[in-house]
Design a protein around this ligand. Structure first.
Ligand code: FES
Ligand SMILES: [Fe+2]
Length: 460
């Protein structure tokens, strides 16, 4: 006899109260479809997650000089990230205090003040209202701080990565990052001077919820299936040597790579143990790109014995670092997830360059390395990200089946000894486990339940 699953009346078994029953919606091994599809839940996330915890805003190299600015978002709030005239980093609301229009319509630039395009109110880049046209028309004291721009009260940066939160009780950024900071250090420290400079981006928009990208960020289970065409290309180029993600092709869990959850929603997938530690070892793993052999031959001709160490600087670091809720460092790229609506998200891949401040590499080598780093955007971001985005869009469609309510994240769950808690409290599991997702959802739930102490700031 066929097993029938009883369903309530459409659209859902949940009533109004259950909509905010976070323990019901996110359980240990499964999550309810509504957290990906419900506009009211999305709206709550835009405050409690994007605002309630440290959110990545921009990179310091994008605003290196005093008075530099770049426009970004925190959740749906439009922001202007500035390095003010005193050199202080600020995240101003890009919202005129007069009638609410966005104040700055440029993506980036350098200015000491912003003039509103609507009625011409003028604000210093500290957020202070500098003046209004024909002030005699106001009886009110226009020096009242209530007219100054709102700004994010806490903005901190860790090694160039600028984060902000509205939660005045949030831990200091470094404490919040905890063990993931060390992995970020390793990602940076392989570069000269331990630095990267962010350059322009490869921008995607997909019709799916923002969490679908974060749920996929540490997923080693899908690779062999979702990225099959990319793996086949890599296998063709790589022969017996594992190229790119080719080590996912047989039994990924038998490989030395692993996933680790480090707390506060952050995790990383460490594929570095699969790597042979020698000059050129990283480059040998690099995914196939058009014209790659030609580049390699040119490097050897130009740089002789230094060539392979230099090529490693262009190679993609085999670790995916995911910082909840919106930042991933993958290969040479910085990926940022920007929610647009409950079923629409921007996935932006910023390229990065190396810098040679002490001149030890030489200008030619730096230019060649950076050209090649840029070309690594032709690998995964173009041939892999599209596979992932197709999945995200198809999940969003699948989740429109209202009676079939749950998505499962139970791979590796309940098998004794498989998921290990380390001495420092971090959690390790084989590469294909969904332990990372179960853990970041605990953080999601914690934030959705919390009544954080939110504030905005206005300059006096
Ligand atoms: S809305 Fe900005 S000056 Fe009126
Ligand atoms: Fe993927």
């Amino acid at each position: 006899m066929t097993a029938l699953e009883k369903v309530g009346s459409p659209p859902t078994r949940l009533d109004g109260t259950a909509l905010h029953d976070w323990d019901y919606l996110v359980q240990e091994d499964r999550a309810h479809r509504l957290i990906y599809t419900n506009p009211a839940i999305f709206e709550a996330e835009m405050t409690r997650i994007f605002g309630g915890t440290w959110t990545y805003l921009a990179h310091e190299s994008e605003i290196p000089k005093p008075n530099d600015f770049i426009t970004r978002r925190m959740g749906l709030r439009p922001l202007i990230i500035v390095r003010d005239a005193e050199g202080r980093l600020r995240a101003l609301y890009n919202r005129c205090t007069h009638r609410g229009t966005t104040l700055c319509r440029w993506d980036k630039g350098n200015t000491k003040s912003f003039q509103c395009p609507y009625h011409g109110w003028n604000f210093l880049n500290s957020g202070k209202l500098r003046g209004v046209p024909w002030p005699e028309g106001y009886a009110d004291d226009m020096h009242d701080p209530k007219y100054n721009l709102a700004q994010v009260p806490r903005v901190e940066s860790y090694r160039g990565f600028i984060f902000g939160t509205l939660n005045v009780d949030a831990l200091p950024l470094l404490e919040h990052l905890g063990p993931i900071a060390e992995i970020v250090d390793q990602w940076l420290d392989r570069n000269p001077g331990g630095k990267v400079v962010v350059c322009e981006a490869n921008r995607f928009r997909y019709k799916g919820n923002w969490k679908l990208a974060y749920d996929n960020s540490c997923d080693g289970y899908h690779v062999a299936y979702s990225h099959r065409s990319l793996l086949e290309t890599e296998n063709r180029f790589g022969g017996e040597n594992a190229k790119g993600m080719a080590y996912y092709r047989n039994s990924p869990d038998a490989q030395p790579m692993y996933m680790r959850y480090t707390g506060h929603g952050n995790h990383f997938k460490d594929k570095r143990p699969n790597l042979e530690q020698r000059p050129g070892g990283l480059w040998a793993l690099e995914s196939a790109h058009p014209g790659m052999e030609h580049y390699e031959a040119e490097f050897i001709k130009r740089y002789g014995h230094r060539a392979f160490a230099l090529l490693d600087l262009a190679g993609s670091e085999p670790v995916n670092i995911n910082i909840f809720p919106n930042l991933s460092l993958l290969g040479n790229h910085i990926q940022v997830f920007e929610p647009v609506s409950v079923d629409e998200t921007n996935a932006i891949w910023y390229g990065t360059m190396i810098v040679d401040e002490d001149g030890s590499l030489g200008d030619d080598a730096v230019t060649d390395i950076n050209a090649l780093r840029m070309r690594t955007q032709e690998g995964f971001p173009n041939f892999g990200e599209v596979d992932d985005i197709a999945n995200f869009e198809q999940i969003q469609r699948g989740l429109m089946a209202v009676e079939d309510e749950w998505v499962y994240m139970n791979r590796g769950f309940g098998i004794p000894g498989r998921v290990k808690t380390m001495e420092d409290g971090t959690i390790t599991a084989p590469a294909t486990d969904e332990a990372f997702m179960r853990e970041h959802f605990k953080e999601w739930k914690r934030l959705m339940k919390a009544r954080a102490n939110f504030a905005i700031q206005r300059e006096p």
